[in-house]
Design a protein around this ligand. Structure first.
Ligand code: HPA
Length: 269
């Protein structure tokens, strides 16, 4: 695994002309941010040795090196999901590459179903913690010496970055929720009973991504900031049958707000 990581990192290093310390995973609801990246170097996943290839509709796959405002960044346009059939080691492979490339801060985004009855469709939720209900862990297997065998997960999401997000949101008049994100394996959406159970467990939103990448980010010693767009409600009066189309539609409506917040976060961090 380590030799594969190093081979891929060496391939990318040869192409890089900058030294970014910030990486962003452009999930559902943040894809448009790629249009704001300047001085772009785009490398399709298919052209990167050892990279998995994204298959899901609505997630095209490439790494983008460039600038967001004044900041040098690497963006993942399209991510890998466990439900696509990848192992969690494959899902998180890019994060380990980022570690080799010198990334210190990881911004992640996703879409999720709300299970906090105080939320509504279109809300943005800053991740304050997560529950790994994928029932697998990307750190299983021989420990890669980026971090300890048994990494702590007490404070995964950087408190300073959360404070910064709150300040920016206040300044820009963006309403921001805080909450716990629970990741399932997918690809099924939740039954009403599962939503109720997740709520009892302390989850505010449920999705099918992010937690594996975040776990590996923590293992690699990265500062993490995560944000989720609530695209459907699983509990309460607004509970609906979620669908991929609904998720994409709701996420597109909130995208400008999400993009503004992330752009500012990245520029000021
Ligand atoms: N459940 C799981 N994943 C999701 C949901 C949901 O309700 N909405 C968007 N992604």
């Amino acid at each position: 695994m380590l030799s594969k990581i190093q081979e891929t990192a060496a391939f990318l290093k040869k192409k890089m002309t900058t030294q970014p310390e910030t990486a962003i995973i452009l999930g559902t609801g943040l894809g448009g941010l790629s249009n704001e990246i300047t001085d772009k170097l785009e490398i399709p996943y298919a052209n990167i040795p050892n990279f998995p290839i994204s298959t899901v509709e609505g997630h095209s796959g490439q790494l983008i090196f460039g600038k967001l405002g004044k900041k040098d960044i690497i963006a993942m346009q399209g991510r890998f999901h466990f439900y696509e059939g990848y192992t969690l080691q494959e899902v998180t492979f890019p994060i380990r590459i980022f570690r080799e490339l010198g990334i210190k801060t990881l911004f992640v985004s996703n879409a999720s179903g709300g299970c906090n009855p105080a939320f509504k469709v279109g809300d943005l939720m800053v991740l304050t913690d997560h529950i790994n209900y994928i029932l697998d862990n990307p750190l299983c297997g021989p420990n890669i010496p980026y971090g300890p065998r048994f990494p702590g997960m007490k404070e995964v999401y950087d408190k300073e970055l959360i404070k910064k997000a709150d300040a920016i949101a206040k300044e820009l008049n963006i309403e921001l929720q805080h909450g716990v994100y629970l990741a399932t394996k997918g690809p099924t959406f939740e039954t009403p009973s599962e939503y109720n159970m997740f709520r009892l467990w302390g989850a505010d939103a449920v999705g099918m991504s992010t937690v594996p990448e975040v776990i590996v980010g923590v293992h690699c010693g990265m500062r993490i900031f995560g944000i989720s767009v609530i695209t459907d409600m699983g509990v309460g009066e607004d509970a609906v049958e979620a669908s991929h189309e609904e998720v994409q539609k709701a996420a597109a409506l909130v995208e400008p707000k999400m993009m503004t917040l992330m752009r500012e976060m990245i520029n000021r961090s």
